[in-house]
Write a protein that binds this ligand. Structure first.
Ligand SMILES: Cc1cc2nc3c(=O)[nH]c(=O)nc-3n(C[C@H](O)[C@H](O)[C@H](O)COP(=O)(O)O)c2cc1C
Length: 408
């Protein structure tokens, strides 16, 4: 088959053995903000399964950016344990990446250890929590923390960092007019709303250049609701990211506090989600179980669901673009690569089957992952470790299966 899928790619200073990346998808396998054997085992299995690079998800650049105990907080203390993971990934021939970010108004006092911050004051119903506007000194410190996180990632053996600038996390909270109502030099015009992102990326790029690390940015093509960022403005932001000199952009969409399923598409099993929530979150547990289907906007899933929008960015930009969104088959991946995207990322296909890339190498165009988008992994991730319903190590109660089987 004449395909570039299994050809190497030069992403800045990093050579990838093929065009596939395991996208940052929160494993929820950490403990006390650090890695575990389970997190290692999962990423090593993806590396062994043939991936070009696997990405550890959602590591916070400082304590105030953490929203789950099972999430990574990138700090010196966990460097040896992370190094053990990256060494094992490298032994399997894959590169190791880590997504870095700050959850902003998606954090909670109990995890962040301080009052949640964001671009503006407000209340985030999703968390649910009040949050305060960041001062200039908070901003300055956070920018520095982004740079320091790159250094820590390098010491831990990572080859690449992915800056999370989408999905309604802190950088995206500054970019989006829906969450940024500031009247100073960080709010108002697009130029001002981009300032925080620009400062963070400049710091990251400076540090990464010294350490010869690749830098990619996860960017929102649109927030997914009226009043958020839409495609034309997002193209301008992407051009600015390109001008700053990052090595690649991951094109995604959606805003977790408003339209979480716009990120992943499909229907989230909310009864299952409520079932796994602890009674310490009793109000959320009851509300999600009873009213989740009406509260969380549902989307139909289709393969390559971001492709039409992503093509508009392909036309406007020259740097390497990384497609993510609804890839579960070799046929879909070939279609995306044929449209001029240099790399592809996958989350759910590899949650279902870490060896999917090797299966594609050995198979033909009809090779598919066993993921059928019942999205149990998403419902479960909020309170337990991320697992697929088709190979879960725990027995799934019959009443949850009844909900999962209804999802098509
Ligand atoms: C269980 C789960 C957790 C996720 N966590 C993150 C995350 O931490 N950071 C992020 O940028 N995207 C996250 N995502 C989104 C994925 O990276 C990806 O953009 C999205 O799922 C679409 O890709 P897919 O169709 O291959 O799953 C998550 C997705 C899933 C399914």
């Amino acid at each position: 088959m004449d395909s570039k899928l299994f050809t190497p790619f030069q992403l800045g200073p990093l050579t990838l053995r093929n065009r596939t990346i395991r996208s940052a998808a929160f494993e929820s396998m950490g403990k006390d903000f650090g890695p575990t054997q389970q997190l290692k085992d999962y990423h090593v299995s993806v590396a062994r399964g043939g991936i070009g690079m696997t990405t550890l998800a959602y590591a916070s650049i400082n304590r105030s950016g953490v929203s789950f105990n099972s999430q990574l907080w990138l700090r010196d203390e966990i460097v040896p344990a992370l190094k053990d993971i990256t060494d094992a990934i490298h032994r399997e021939g894959a590169a190791a990446g880590i997504q870095i970010g700050h959850c902003g108004n998606m954090t909670h006092w109990s995890t962040a250890g301080s009052f949640p911050v964001s671009a503006s004051n407000g209340f985030n119903l999703y968390s649910p929590t009040f949050h305060r506007r960041m001062s200039h000194s908070d901003i300055h410190q956070t920018v520095k923390d982004f740079g320091r996180a790159v250094k820590t990632a390098h010491e831990a053996g990572f080859d690449s960092v992915e800056v999370h600038a989408g999905h309604g996390y802190l950088i995206s909270q500054f970019l989006s007019p829906w969450t940024n109502r500031r009247r100073d030099s960080y709010g108002g015009s697009l130029e001002n709303r981009m300032r925080f992102m620009r400062e963070c990326l400049t710091e990251v790029l400076e540090e990464a250049a010294k350490l010869k690390m690749a830098v990619v940015v996860k960017h929102n093509m649109e927030d997914g609701f009226k009043g958020g960022i839409e495609v034309p403005e997002s193209i301008e932001i992407a051009k600015e990211i390109e001008r700053l000199g990052v090595h690649g952009i991951v094109l995604s969409s959606g805003f977790v506090s408003r339209a979480p399923m716009a990120v992943m598409r499909g229907r989230i099993p909310t009864k299952t989600m409520g079932y796994y929530m602890g009674w310490n979150e009793w109000l959320q547990k009851i509300v999600v179980s009873l009213f989740g289907q009406w509260m969380i906007k549902q989307y139909d899933f289709e393969e390559c669901f971001f492709l039409e929008n992503a093509k508009k960015f392909r036309e406007a930009l020259q740097l390497p673009l990384i497609y993510v969104g609804g890839l579960v088959s070799r046929e879909g991946i070939e279609r995306v690569l044929g449209e001029g995207f240099e790399l592809v990322q996958m989350a759910r296909a590899l949650i279902n089957d870490p060896s999917f890339v090797n299966k594609m190498r050995e198979g033909d165009l009809t090779t598919r992952s066993g993921c059928d988008h019942r999205d149990y992994c998403i419902a479960r991730m909020y309170s337990r470790d991320m697992q697929c319903c088709h190979n879960c190590t725990e027995e799934i109660p019959e009443r949850l299966w009844r909900e999962l089987k209804k999802i098509k």
